[in-house]
Design a protein around this ligand. Structure first.
Ligand code: DGJ
Length: 718
């Protein structure tokens, strides 16, 4: 059993194969957090934890208690998980135990993306019901324990059982109090084309907030934080990961307190959240997936990868090998016609590519980015024979056809905007700030969502379209909705996300054979929420191979390789101006979902031959790359060499990349991980290595490598 309750000590033990999470009820029936870490036996939990760490009554200062779901107003001055404005104007909440239920499996979260069970036996769930006796608010804390995968998913459901409206001012999925303050935390910061740079900081006295206020998870911060012991690194030490399964504004806070305690909270961003909960209504927060690793960051990442690949991504592509594609964006931008597209596709076919993706510019009068979003009607100037005809020509070449959309947006210069100027997010009387000369459709409105569903679906019905790139290129400003009254404007951002999730659910379920990829100016919405609907994401608009080493390395901190879209582009690179060898561009790109994004008809013979070989290799190894176990070996943020490996069954792939050579650098050996120490592994050149030697001595990296060169070594267990 993954969840046990001891009625005598009133302790819940949530156990996975290698971890334990313990909650206790004190005499005042408050739910206190007792432990999270390496696995303990039930008797140890009942006997050791109970008497020592339970503060018995309300009289003990709340500011030193470790609460399971801390509330505002009764003496805990740290960041609350629950802050609720009561009908009489105060925001005091006091939650005490009101019952619990334990069942096998996990219920879906209504209207929200969430980790799911393939079989009920995958998880066991605890619903811990807490109640505020004065107001009638009940908060149900959900804990789904995935025993085999060593993951606990947490969320909260607020129910108003009183007779007056309440206002939720927070929507935390999880809050965990840690004893001690001797920790660092790691988060992923960035910018457009420089997404997800790991930043490690010490926990200090005070509050650090990693957050988005943009109405999207954003390029700047990812909805993820890991608390780490001071000695933790990629392979050692304690790491506690929190990944929020949501695509909108979020906050993850890390707070070091006066009494040497650390609190981590993750959930909806309270900054702009204000939700009315009428009597009889309930509100479900999105969920957080929590992973403890006693072997550093890599093990945490591997646990997230398995969870998200197998129990978050859905549909026929979740576990399938992904097609190798050619996208025309960096090849043509807006300047293409049918013949140019077919010319690129034909060159792609010669190289063995499987899917052609027509990017932005195929609709309305879209010769630049200043118009036509919302008018999803083919531009007959560029494609006089229509999409169906073009898609069929691509199909006749032996390739599938994919299409770009940006369905959440509207250009002021569009028929849609002229017909429905109030369909965008806006505040009456205020200027509508434009970004990339566009506005955001108000997906908090059902009619707008219905329009998007029909507009996208009718295009998908009109031609043999096998893939959709779902882009989103700006963040929210002047947040307001024409349909909500003044009391409910604070709900727009979250209602937008609920609308978006409904749109995505409807479209992806209606077109189960289509592979959907999300995108947001590159990786501006690379989050677990969208992976529930679309199993892969365009990782970054930065296609430079050397920059991509960093971006892909740190994206893998949370997200599986099968989610990471990666393309070979032209040199000099359009974002950095850097020139790198074709081989390296291929090796970096095939470490994710492989694709090309350049005018293939202009490739030199040499580059064409190199790319063709890479495509052949990718077809052999992509199962291992996309669905195998991924390990980061050498960091692109340290030293001159980056390395990673993939393992599936007997197949092992080692990739290493030289960034800049260093004079008189010692010979480099790359210590591999997770191999069988007693087995032997044969490389393609016939050399046989023992697993023990590869892990302890390391693989002898080629010392002749020049700047920007790479190697892919295939090994097989013999
Ligand atoms: C942003 C995306 O990240 C690019 O790949 C491309 O699709 C453009 N949008 C098109 O406008």
């Amino acid at each position: 059993m993954a969840i046990n309750f001891d009625a005598q000590s009133r302790i819940f033990h949530l156990a996975t194969a290698h971890t334990s999470y313990v909650i206790g009820l004190n005499e005042g029936s408050q739910a206190l957090h007792l432990y999270w870490g390496a696995h303990l036996s039930d008797p140890d939990v009942w006997a050791i934890l109970a008497p020592r760490q339970m503060h018995a009554s309300f009289e003990v200062e709340s500011c030193i208690k470790a609460f399971e779901y801390p509330c505002h107003g009764t003496g805990d001055y740290r960041t609350p998980a629950a802050r609720v404005l009561n009908a009489d104007g105060n925001s005091v909440t006091c939650l005490t135990y009101a019952g619990h239920e334990i069942y096998s499996g996990k219920k879906p979260l209504d209207g929200l993306p969430a980790v799911y069970c393939r079989e009920d036996s995958d998880a066991e769930t605890l619903e811990l019901r807490l109640k505020d006796e004065l107001t009638g608010l009940e908060v149900v804390l959900n804990y789904s324990v995935f025993e085999e995968m060593d993951v606990i998913c947490r969320s909260a459901r607020y129910e108003n059982h009183g007779d007056k409206s309440l206002r939720l001012l927070t929507g935390a999925a999880a809050s965990v109090d840690f004893f001690g303050k001797d920790y660092d935390f790691l988060h992923l910061q960035g910018a457009w084309a420089r997404e997800r740079v790991p930043e490690r900081l010490p926990v200090t006295h005070g509050l650090y907030s990693i957050e988005s206020r943009r109405g999207a998870s954003g390029h700047q911060h990812n909805p993820f934080v890991a608390l780490m012991s001071k000695n933790a690194d990629e392979f050692n030490g304690d790491v506690y990961g929190f990944s929020f399964i949501y695509s909108g504004s979020f906050a993850a806070t890390v707070e070091g307190t006066a009494y040497a305690c650390t609190r981590v909270t993750i959930g909806l961003n309270p900054y702009s959240f204000n939700w009315e909960l009428k009597p009889g209504e309930s509100f479900q927060t999105p969920e957080a997936a929590m992973v403890y690793s006693d072997k550093g960051l890599n093990l945490m990442s591997q646990r997230y990868h398995t969870l998200y690949r197998t129990h978050l991504c859905r549909g026929k592509y979740a576990l399938a090998e992904r097609p190798i594609l050619i996208n025309n964006w960096e090849a043509t931008y807006f300047g293409f016609n049918e013949e140019k597209i077919v010319e690129i596709a034909r060159a792609g076919k010669e190289m063995g590519l499987e899917l052609f993706v027509l990017d932005d510019g195929w609709f309305g009068k879209r010769d630049t980015d200043n118009c036509s979003l919302g008018d999803w009607v083919v531009d007959k100037k560029k494609l006089p024979n229509g999409l169906d005809h073009l898609a069929k020509r691509i199909n006749e070449l032996g390739m599938k056809f994919g299409l770009w959309f940006e369905p959440e947006m509207v250009s002021p210069d569009s028929d849609l905007y002229r017909a429905h100027p109030d369909w965008c997010i806006h505040v009456p009387g205020r200027a509508r700030t434009q970004a990339r000369q566009q506005l955001i459709l108000d997906l908090s409105r059902a009619d707008v969502c219905d329009y998007i569903i029909e507009a996208v679906s009718s295009v998908l019905r009109s031609a043999p379209i096998s893939y959709v790139k779902w882009d989103m290129n700006r963040n929210m400003t002047e947040i307001g909705s024409a349909l909500l009254d003044s009391e409910h404007q604070g709900e727009v951002e979250h209602r937008y996300m609920l609308g978006l999730y409904r749109v995505l659910e409807t479209i992806t379920q209606s077109f189960p054979d289509v592979l959907f990829e999300s995108c947001s100016g590159g990786g501006g919405r690379f989050d677990a929420g969208l992976l529930y609907y679309m199993p892969q994401t365009w990782t970054s608009d930065d296609t430079d191979a050397i920059e991509r080493l960093k971006i892909q390395y740190s994206t893998s901190m949370v997200y599986p390789i099968s989610a990471i879209g990666s393309h070979v582009s032209a040199v000099p690179n359009h974002q950095t101006g850097r020139t790198t060898p074709m081989q390296t561009r291929c090796d970096v790109a095939m470490s994710g979902n492989f694709g090309f994004e350049l005018d293939l008809s202009k490739l030199s013979e040499d580059d064409m031959a190199t790319a063709k070989k890479a495509v052949e290799l990718c077809k052999r190894i992509r199962g291992t790359v996309q669905q195998g176990e991924f390990t980061r070996l050498l960091s692109p943020y340290e030293g001159s060499m980056t390395a990673w490996q993939f393992v599936r069954g007997d197949a092992v792939i080692l990739c290493y990349f030289k960034v800049l050579n260093v004079p008189a650098e010692p010979l480099r050996r790359i210590k591999m991980k997770g191999l069988d120490p007693d087995a032997h592994y044969r490389a393609e050149d016939g050399t046989v290595y023992s697993g023990g030697a590869l892990m302890n001595m390391g693989y002898p990296a080629d010392w002749r490598m020049r700047d920007f060169e790479s190697r892919v070594i295939l090994l097989e267990k013999v």
